[in-house]
Design a protein around this ligand. Structure first.
Ligand SMILES: O=P(O)(O)OC[C@H]1O[C@](O)(CO)[C@@H](O)[C@@H]1O
Length: 247
């Protein structure tokens, strides 16, 4: 695992964007796995700026988002469909049919999970999966206790995650109770993984990530079994980590 420490959030976003742009230029038909949340907002901003300036092409890029809430329509301002359009898709030349998110409004959610998982496989899997990390160690919406061999599935969100995400909603009651997420095995199937973390509120999380053995109690620890992971995290997030950094 390669660990890159940056001065701050800005630098984390710049380095992450450089990596993504490099991969897209080398492989114009790349399949990207994309996260939401606060952490990647700066990355998307840099990618959009780069696209405007350098016309990095996304016409042939395929994307699969990690997760989506159930019961929020795609045009709901808190849905991840909306987030992705707002922060990224509407500003680049990606084809709509290439940008995939789980359909949290599907009538049969289990079938939707199967469809999504099969679609990822049909595209040959994710080449570069970008991840944020929840304070309880979740990746995607794989909460503590999620089986390590899980595929795309419906999850009941933990109260801590609902509370953390309520900052984007009018109130805690408005936060959905369920979501569809790629599973841990789905994520582990990606060829390369880029994990981003920023802020002092993630420092205990990053300590656990680096020092705990692989366990479903802290789902991100599974990444230790992946052969090609880069962590880009800022100094506040790594202040307790006590690990060797290097590019
Ligand atoms: O980037 P943030 O906002 O700290 O969120 C961390 C993680 O939590 C989620 O937003 C889900 O709660 C993930 O999508 C994200 O990776």
């Amino acid at each position: 695992m390669e660990i890159v420490e940056t001065k701050d959030y800005e630098e984390m976003s710049i380095l992450a964007a450089e990596k993504v742009i490099d991969r897209v230029l080398k492989q114009p038909q790349i399949t990207l796995g994309l996260p939401t949340g606060h952490t990647p907002v700066g990355l998307y901003k840099r990618l959009v700026e780069d696209h405007r300036k350098n016309e990095t092409p996304y016409q042939d890029v395929i994307t699969f988002n990690l997760d989506e809430y159930t019961d929020l329509s795609p045009d709901h301002p808190n849905s991840y469909h909306y987030y992705m359009n707002h922060h990224f898709f509407q500003h680049i030349d990606i084809q709509e049919k290439h940008a995939h998110l789980p359909d949290g409004t599907a009538r049969n959610l289990d079938l939707e999970c199967e469809r999504y998982e099969e679609l990822i496989l049909k595209h040959g899997g994710v080449d570069l999966q970008i991840l944020g990390i929840g304070q309880n160690g979740h990746i995607g919406f794989n909460e503590p206790g999620t089986p390590l061999n899980s595929r795309t599935h419906v999850v009941k969100l933990s109260e801590s995650t609902r509370k953390a995400n309520s900052r984007y909603f009018h109130s805690l009651q408005d936060v959905p109770y369920h979501a569809i997420t790629m599973g841990l095995a789905t994520i582990m199937n990606s060829k390369e993984i880029l994990l981003l973390a920023s802020g002092a509120h993630k420092s205990a999380t990053m300590f656990r990530f680096f020092h705990e053995a692989v366990t479903p109690d802290f789902p991100a620890t599974i990444l230790k079994h992946h052969p090609n992971v880069t962590v880009i995290a800022d100094r506040p997030a790594l202040k307790e980590a006590n690990v060797t950094r290097g590019m």
